[in-house]
Design a protein around this ligand. Structure first.
Ligand code: KG4
Ligand code: ZN
Length: 350
């Protein structure tokens, strides 16, 4: 009988340096370092600062993952790394580390699409994905409704994407506007707890009859918040931060849940998988659960710590690729910072 694969996953596409170790769908251990606090004063991720932080963090974070998993480097049978999309300089650091590890251990290397990692994160908590499902990806850089069959074997079908800002990006920008800092999602979510979700009626874009059912647009809601803040400031009144945060969160969640649930109904699919950093949002999780319960849809959402970027999710894709018999990408794999999600493994340049 063949030995079980022990796959090391490497993630460095934004401000998290992550290593995870997965074997046959089980997470053995992981290490995670974040440079988020170093970007706070800029209101968003500064690529050069992120890349330097990855360089500092790679070896200690790998050591933490190995220790957490109780695994020696020699036990690793395969390496998988995010090769895109992401901040180019940030992806380069993790990919170079992954190449060095794969070369030193003489094991195969797989270049993985970061967003496939977000989807695979759910398998670590809830087991294999169903044969056919709708996946809502909501992260800092992407917002998409996907129709997915076998995550690593089949092409991934985009039912709709965002025309402009991603949902997480909207959270980050509105947070900056309200002086709540970076990352914006958790900050808005916390402020919203004290606010009235109906205090302001912010626009729900792309929900009118005739609009594309699965396409998103979040720049309008961000602009509406900016106008509201400006108008209130002009009067000299205090900006009701909690009410604005709560009403903004309500508007975004409303659109995400409405469209994702509609996709399940129209495609007659009974499972919705919600992944990516914004899927950590408590209000989104609650509203999605309520709608799915009403309509008999099974909702799968990873625990919040597996929604935001981490190495375990990349190891999970690697593990699925290895077990499906995929060809390794090899040490020639290049970073593709703007890779579109068509499949879990990124093609090797000719
Ligand atoms: O998936 P992720 O960790 O990185 C990307 O691939 O982009 O997502 C990061 C995004 C950020 O925009 C952050 O503000 C958002 O996820 N986020 C949240 C929450 N936690 C993180 N948004 C809303 N509510 C949260 N609790
Ligand atoms: Zn991500």
């Amino acid at each position: 009988m063949a030995l079980s694969p022990v796959v090391l996953g490497v993630e460095s596409s934004c401000d998290e340096t992550g290593f995870g170790i997965v074997s046959e769908g089980k997470l053995l251990g992981q290490g995670l370092a974040s440079s988020a606090s170093k970007h706070a004063e800029f209101g968003g991720v500064v690529p050069e600062i992120a890349a330097r932080a990855h360089l500092d963090a790679v070896v200690p974070t790998l050591q933490i993952a190995l220790q957490d998993a109780g695994v020696e480097p020699k036990d690793i049978t395969h390496v998988a790394a995010t090769s895109g999309p992401g901040l180019a300089t940030a992806v380069h650091v993790g990919l170079a580390a992954a190449k060095s590890i794969a070369w030193a251990l003489d094991v195969p290397l797989y270049g993985v699409h970061h967003l496939a990692g977000h989807a695979a994160a759910d398998t670590l908590e809830h087991g294999p994905l169903p044969e056919h499902s709708i996946i809502l990806i909501v992260s800092g850089g992407h917002t998409s409704i996907l129709e997915v069959r076998d995550l690593v074997r089949d092409p991934i079908v985009h039912l709709g994407d965002t025309l402009d800002d991603a949902a997480g990006e909207a959270f980050d920008k509105v947070s900056r506007l309200l002086g709540l800092g970076y990352p914006g999602g958790p900050a808005i979510s916390k402020a919203a707890l004290e606010g009235d979700r109906e205090a302001f009626r912010f626009p729900r874009a792309m929900l009118r009859a005739g609009d594309h059912p699965y396409t998103f647009s979040f720049s309008g809601v961000k602009t509406a918040v900016a106008r509201t803040v400006e108008q209130i400031e002009r009067t000299g009144a205090a900006v009701p931060v909690a009410d604005i945060a709560a009403s903004f969160e309500e508007a975004v969640v409303d659109v995400l849940v409405t469209k994702a649930v509609k996709a399940c109904q129209e495609k007659k699919l009974s499972t919705l998988v919600m992944v990516g950093g914004v899927a950590a949002n408590r209000h989104l999780r609650k509203k999605a659960q309520e709608q799915c319960d009403k309509l008999g849809i099974e909702l799968r959402v990873p625990p919040p710590s597996l929604c935001t970027d981490n190495g375990a999710m990349i190891a999970a894709v690697g593990d699925l690729l290895v077990r499906s018999g995929a060809e390794p990408s090899g040490l020639g794999i290049a970073a593709d910072p703007s890779a579109v999600l068509h499949g879990a493994q990124l093609p090797v340049p000719a």
